[in-house]
Design a protein around this ligand. Structure first.
Ligand SMILES: [Zn+2]
Length: 632
């Protein structure tokens, strides 16, 4: 017996052996110190998260759990009406996830205790066999009509039972990792065990009408090592489609074809990106390459035909869905905030699979232009759709009946530092630029400290100080963004209209290094020692961007971009309060100027347009979402 025990101690668990070839450096290891992201992340922690919990309370979302618990325990209660939507439970799970991420960085006993209280309410609403879905438990005989009269019967269409659990898994793993407490994790495990007992080969077949369960189960598998959860994630993907729904609803939720046969992004954009992310996770964890072939083909379709210049996706409000190829209207652009979050989850995962900067280019474009537009600078109002052009009818709102977007913001913003670096073996990837200091543990057991000094996204000068624990060979991959290589996106969907001779330059310890790029990265392999520096200079001229002529809505129009930021003209900044009739000749000179007084400090773009040749000055600023294109 002793020998067996010794062997077990030495063995690496099978489940730990396979995952993404490149690993992200967790956000807990990266401390952001800049004036762009750090205040936003702090506002998320101090304002948005408490505000979202307040709204969850105020709108009865917490009460749904309390009522479900009373129903379960036979206690009297007055209101037996089901929740407004069967997915309202997720609005609490998402904010718990975001709150847990903030607890990983900044202990907060009050928040910790509040989460304990919420989790106790969730626990009390869980049925004895693990089932958790307040929509049914409050009044099983009269549930929400989308829920169906029996468990799971409408899952592949409307009930969202599995969707709720997917968000529960994301929250549970985050809470467990932040606090070490198993309270929410154990609730999640009981639901996953119920799923495992009910569904799988030789049992019932099911797939989630709204995906995320697959990603959630992958996280639960990583946290627990329980292979049944990974097998279940794979089963959900492999069981998907074509099913018995009408054709339009199959396309809507991506069950029109088996997932491995899909090659075009269709239907509800949030569901789609969550499914592609789940496919990436399961591919990485099982080695199933057929998923990778499918999501690679779908990525080519999105990057080549269905991506807004802001990185937004989901062109049409009807079905919150992708449009046809090249269907990218500006005024009616839907671009749900959650879809931007999903697009970044997906592109980041593709990077972890392929180590190619073209995915980070899309991720960064979305992050700066289509995602943070979803929340105001004060952290209290939100956009659901993020159009590129408006007559003034679009305004942020404090909350929504379908409140997915604020919760998505809370969990994404809290984890932004986790997208800056990645590592494998003795190699590091520097993907995003923001002032920070990080301590990176490499796969090979070594530690490296990196410190970035930069004013990015307003200035392209980035200095990285390298402090390895010992002088030894190591490779640092420095991303040269597509926008600095005359390639807005790695496709022919967008191109810079003007030539720029300004090129990126790189120095190591003050000496220029030739830029030889591999998959969008300058690869610096050398024996790194403490005190070494990398200096990257990314010129940021104001650029005009044109779309592929097949994008009808963008013909005769340009977008203005500087560095990673896409600009917009807004009436508040311009003379006479009019911008939709701007005419910008190709010869008009555009200049950039930093305005510390505006929007917490912002680089604005100025130029003269043709409507009034006398003295009109046009100002474009990056607002929290100024995205109107300037016609010329
Ligand atoms: Zn949303």
């Amino acid at each position: 017996m002793k020998a067996v025990a010794a062997l077990a101690l030495l063995a690496i668990p099978l489940w730990a052996q396979r995952d993404y070839p490149v690993k992200p450096v967790p956000f807990t290891s990266v401390h952001v110190t800049d004036s762009f992201w750090a205040p936003r992340i702090e506002t998320n922690r101090k304002v948005t998260i408490p505000f979202a919990f307040e709204k969850d309370e105020e709108t009865g979302r917490v009460d749904n759990f309390i009522r479900a618990a009373k129903a379960l325990h036979g206690e009297p209660f007055e209101n037996h009406k089901p929740p407004g939507y069967p997915f309202d439970d997720t609005d609490i799970y998402k904010v718990i996830e975001g709150a847990s991420y903030t607890l990983s960085i900044q202990p907060d006993t009050k928040l910790d205790a509040y989460l304990d209280g919420l989790i106790a309410k969730i626990a009390a609403a869980q049925e004895p066999d693990g089932y958790l879905y307040t929509t049914r438990t409050i009044d099983p005989l009269n549930p929400h009509k989308w829920a169906g009269t029996k468990r799971w019967m409408l899952e592949t269409d409307l009930s969202h039972e599995l969707y709720n659990l997917g968000h529960l898994y994301e929250a549970a793993v985050a809470h467990y990792q932040a606090t070490g407490k198993r309270t929410l994790l154990d609730i999640a495990i009981r639901t996953a065990d119920l799923l495992d007992r009910t569904f799988g080969p030789g049992k019932q077949v099911i797939w989630p009408g709204h995906q995320i369960t697959e990603m959630g189960l992958a996280k639960l598998y990583r946290a627990t090592g329980e292979e049944r959860y990974l097998a279940l994630a794979k089963f959900l993907l492999d069981s998907r489609g074509p099913g018995t729904l009408p054709a339009a609803r199959r396309t809507y939720n991506q069950s029109h074809k088996k997932v491995v046969d899909q090659d075009e992004a269709v239907g509800h954009a949030v569901r789609a990106t969550y499914m592609y992310s789940g496919m990436a996770d399961v591919a990485a964890l099982t080695g199933d390459a057929s998923y990778i072939g499918a999501i690679d083909r779908i990525w080519e379709n999105v990057a080549g035909k269905k991506l807004y210049i802001t990185g937004g996706i989901g062109a049409t409000g009807a079905g919150e869905a992708f449009g046809a190829n090249y269907e990218l209207p500006n005024m009616t652009a839907y671009n749900e905030t959650c879809a931007a979050v999903g697009n970044d989850y997906w592109n980041h995962r593709l990077f972890l699979l392929h180590a190619d900067a073209k995915y980070i280019d899309v991720m960064e474009r979305t992050l700066y232009n289509g995602l943070i537009s979803g929340v105001s600078l004060d952290g209290k109002t939100f956009f659901y759709p993020n159009p590129l052009e408006s007559n003034g009818q679009h305004e942020r709102s404090p909350w929504f009946g379908v409140a997915c977007c604020p919760g998505s913001i809370t969990r994404f913003m809290a984890s932004v530092p986790g997208y800056v670096y990645a590592q494998r073996g003795d190699a590091i990837w520097v993907n995003l630029y923001m002032a920070n200091h990080a301590e990176i543990k490499l796969d090979n057991g070594r530690y490296v400290k990196l410190a970035q000094e930069t004013r990015y996204p307003w200035d392209g000068a980035v200095k990285i100080s390298v402090t390895p624990d010992q002088t030894a060979p190591m490779t640092i991959h420095v991303r040269i963004p597509g926008w600095a290589r005359n390639e807005p996106v790695a496709s022919d969907l967008y191109a810079f209209a003007d030539k720029s001779d300004a090129v990126a330059t790189l120095k190591v310890n003050g000496k220029p290094v030739a830029l030889e790029l591999d998959k969008g990265y300058a690869t610096l392999t050398r024996s790194w020692k403490a005190g070494d520096t990398i200096e990257l200079a990314l010129p940021m001229p104001v650029r005009r961007v044109v779309a592929n002529n097949l994008v009808e809505a963008d013909r005769s129009r340009i977008a203005i971009q500087r560095g990673p930021v896409v600009y917009a003209a807004e009436w508040v900044d311009n003379p006479n309060g009019k911008v939709r009739n701007l005419v910008l000749p190709p010869s008009a000179r555009l200049t950039a100027e930093f305005r510390p007084d505006l929007l917490n400090g912002v680089e604005v773009v100025k130029g003269r347009d043709l409507r009034d040749a006398d003295a009109r000055t046009t100002t474009c600023g990056l607002d929290e979402q100024r995205q109107t294109k300037v016609p010329h």
